[in-house]
Design a protein. Sequence first.
Length: 221
Amino acid sequence: MKKTAIILGASGLTGNILLQKLIADNTYKSIKLFSRSKMEGLPSEVTQFIGDLLKLEQFKSDFTADEVYCCIGTTKAKTPDKEVYKQIDYGIPVAAAKLAKENNIPTFLVVSALGANAKSPVFYNKTKGEMERDVQKQNIKNTFIFRPSLIGGKREERRTLEKIGLAIFKVIQPLFIGKLKQYKITEPEDIAQAMINLANSTSHAEVIITSNDIKRITKNT
């Protein structure tokens, strides 16, 4: 029986790659996008729900599927206001998890970040950690939290510091061995494929998917 998937964050780098993969995957009959603005040129199996994601509850009746893929995320550069940042990076994923629980969606996958820790003194790590904690509190049957390192790939918007960071990381990556492997650049294609693989897996018990595991899971097609 073919499935229905929900994506939040389909206009972002990882989310858009995920969307294209799901469109090409015959396992899925329907894909629902929840976003602030409409995306053009999508096939008929994609349905778009446009509105304020900070008020996700308004979509409750349409928030039905077999799986929820949450790729929502902002950056300090794009969202310097910490309160707004938390509303996005914490508020939207947690609200989505609550709706998934209420609507009996059995699988919830969300992109977090390496270093997420609810007890961290660093605001951004703490925010991600609190998000992970409260997503897990929903006790959704199949919950998968992805913690990638610095995400590679090409973005439409210009992020000068991020480009410099990626360039440096690419040069020094051969030095990342042993425990340092987790800091290697994580490609968005790998995150998207690992999410799909786990959503269609019946044997994976881990909730937290580290950057080291993402590449391995990608190969398990």
